[in-house]
Design a protein around this ligand. Structure first.
Ligand code: AGP
Length: 612
């Protein structure tokens, strides 16, 4: 996610904005920029890289002025570069903007603005917005606040923006929809930021701007309006949170914050890509290969760790809906085998970081042998997207916790969209079926939000099994990769040995492990393999195993035999991996906390494995 900081008041803006950007570094970013307003006009400094690079670059420049704004960019449209960094300016160079979010209809708006003679410097969606505001102000001959208000009616997507105007150097304009924004209220000064971390050391009094609100801010005054022009009386709240807590959004750990971000991150992942009423999926990142997808022989998915588990879910979905054969390979194995690859193969490389050495090597080998490479990545401009012919970003936002959570569900969401997109291209799915599936998929974030309400029950279950030395996770169908993911989460943050297995495999060996000390976690949701899973649960109970079952809410059958049940909302089988994984993330999180483990930085692990 990008970070924004603004200041208007009696102090020098540069040090406040620069320090504010450093406070937001935990959000992850790839470039940074600051704009200042002073008697000499507007000064903009922006660089790819860390805030320190920007600081060094501006060392010898004019950094005076008591009005300023800054931005740390997490690239979504346009690779990380100086010219794609924010702030962006209007055609006439009078207006400048910083933005956190995604303008979904920027391409259409850009076409219209180019036709009207606008010249763009960057590849970003943000620059389109400031040109649109300039164009509306010019045509309607209205003040900037009104021009911004009208422009925001024309954009779809999410935004938290701050705008400066050379013609009116005594004010800032701010607005938000779908991206967070906090306004700090000082004496003769105001602060603006994506969250309270850059503000807290100056004032505890904050206003959380609401969606569809716009604000005009001067040193001594603040006007807040709804986009429908109705003036609002903003609520000033007093913050109690400590800075360190704020960076985690009030959660104890980044991992927990990221687990709870999943309703939003999945919504962001789908934003602008699904059209349920029409039964359509749009994936601009692989659109140029739409025709090719109709005639490919096979899809090979390469990845590591959690991303490999997402690939297994993708296999079920792509084969089920697009009827294309899929193989899922550990990248580290694939790169050293001598696999048979042809031009009629598509290789999908999945990676949160986009820097995993084994996955990169697998891509290079497949590319040399003629395959088409699609990347699924969470970091715009990372090595793997650059190595790929095309791809789809997960838009989950930076994942700080080493144990992957929201990136996994975002990867599964992208794979779900890819399966539907490919089915659309091959005609293996009817429009009415697509409408039904996409309508339900659109509601999955709400169902995940509901599933998070089981947190307290999950914590109680964690208390019961936290001292185990081993644990089994069992599932069938797409519940099997979920079992693997649940086992990986537990072992990597609580250091309890855990294994995931297809539930039917138990009788081929693992059942010898079952005794009253062995907790067995079943993915036992109501789907096509429900009855079979029930008989597996009975096998475990017959051997005194301790059964924890993830069940569909309202289930009564499994409740009669399991020791503990954790309910998730009912959903089409295609979406169960998204819902069933969340309780397993929370289970491993609570066990690790109870065992005093370092949840965000588990021993021996790195967030990105850039070596073999
Ligand atoms: C998952 O919790 C682990 N952190 C690890 O397995 C990770 O998924 C794996 O290293 C792959 O990383 P990538 O997605 O960045 O390529």
């Amino acid at each position: 996610m990008c970070g924004i900081v603004g200041y208007i008041g009696y102090r020098e803006a540069w040090p406040i904005v620069l320090k504010g950007l450093k406070r937001l570094e935990y959000r992850g970013y790839d470039s940074a920029g600051i704009a200042l307003m002073n008697e000499g006009g507007q000064h903009i400094y922006k660089k790819a890289g860390k805030v320190a690079v920007l600081e060094e670059f501006a060392e010898s420049q004019d950094r005076s002025g008591s009005i300023g704004m800054g931005h740390t960019r997490w690239a979504t449209h346009g690779v990380p570069s100086d010219r794609n960094s924010h702030p962006h300016t209007s055609n006439n160079q009078k207006l400048s903007i910083i933005h956190n979010g995604i303008i979904e209809n920027y391409a259409t708006l850009k076409e219209e603005l180019v036709a009207r003679g606008h010249v763009f410097d960057s590849d970003t969606d943000t620059e389109v917005l400031i040109h649109l505001i300039e164009e509306i102000q010019k045509i309607e001959q209205i003040d900037l606040l009104e021009a911004v208000r009208l422009a925001l009616h024309e954009v779809s997507g999410a935004y938290a923006i701050v705008i400066m105007d050379k013609e009116n150097p005594d004010r800032l304009i701010a607005a938000r929809k779908g991206s967070p924004m906090v306004i700090g209220v000082g004496k003769g000064e105001y602060f603006i930021a994506s969250d309270a971390t850059p503000i807290i050391e100056y004032t505890n009094n904050v206003i959380y701007l609401k969606d569809n609100e716009i604000a005009l801010i001067t040193k001594n005054d603040l006007l807040v309006k709804q986009l429908d022009n109705v003036v609002q009386t903003p609520l000033i709240q007093e913050l109690e949170l400590k800075l360190e807590m704020l960076e985690k959004g009030g959660f104890d750990h980044f991992m927990l914050k990221e687990i709870y971000e999943q309703p939003r991150s999945i919504k962001d992942c789908m934003r602008g890509r699904i059209y349920p009423e029409e039964g359509k999926v749009q994936l601009g990142g692989i659109k140029e290969f739409a025709e090719k997808l109709k005639n490919i022989d096979r899809i090979i998915i390469v990845a590591c760790g959690t991303s490999w588990h997402a690939g297994l879910v993708g296999e079920y979905l792509i084969e089920e809906y697009a009827r294309i054969p899929v193989e899922v390979e550990y990248a580290s194995e694939f790169r050293y085998r001598n696999p048979i690859i042809t031009e009629k193969d598509v290789v999908i490389a999945i990676s949160q970081s986009g820097e995993t050495a084994d996955t990169m090597a697998a891509i290079e080998m497949a590319k040399e042998r003629g395959a088409t490479i699609f990347g699924i990545c969470n970091v715009a401009g990372a090595s793997i997207p650059r190595l790929s012919h095309a791809g789809v970003y997960t838009h989950a936002g930076p994942e700080i916790g080493v144990a992957s959570t929201k990136a996994f569900t975002a990867q599964v969401t992208v794979l779900t969209l890819m399966a539907f997109y490919m089915a659309q291209q091959k005609g293996t799915i009817t429009t009415s079926k697509m409408i039904e599936l996409l309508t339900e998929l659109d509601n999955i974030p709400e169902k995940i939000q509901k599933g998070l309400e089981s947190n307290d029950i999950i914590k109680q279950v964690a208390e019961k099994i936290k001292d185990s030395t081993n644990c089994l996770f069992l599932g069938r169908g797409s519940g099997f990769p979920v079992a693997l993911e649940g086992a990986l989460k537990l072992k990597e943050i609580s250091y309890i040995h855990a294994e995931g297995y297809p539930a039917a495999e138990m009788k081929h060996g693992p059942i010898a492990l079952i005794d009253e000390e062995m907790p067995v976690v079943f993915i036992a949701t109501q789907n096509s393999s429900y009855e079979k899973v029930i008989s597996n649960i009975q096998e475990v109970k017959a051997r005194k195993g301790k059964v924890i079952a993830i069940v569909t809410e309202g289930d009564t059958e499994v409740k009669k035999m399991a020791d503990y049940c954790i309910e998730i909302p009912d959903a089409n089988e295609a979406f169960l991996p998204l819902l069933a994984t969340i309780p397993l993330q929370l289970l491993s999180y609570h066990i690790a906390v109870m065992r005093g483990c370092n949840v965000d930085q588990p021993r021996n692990l790195a967030k990105s494995v850039t070596v073999e």
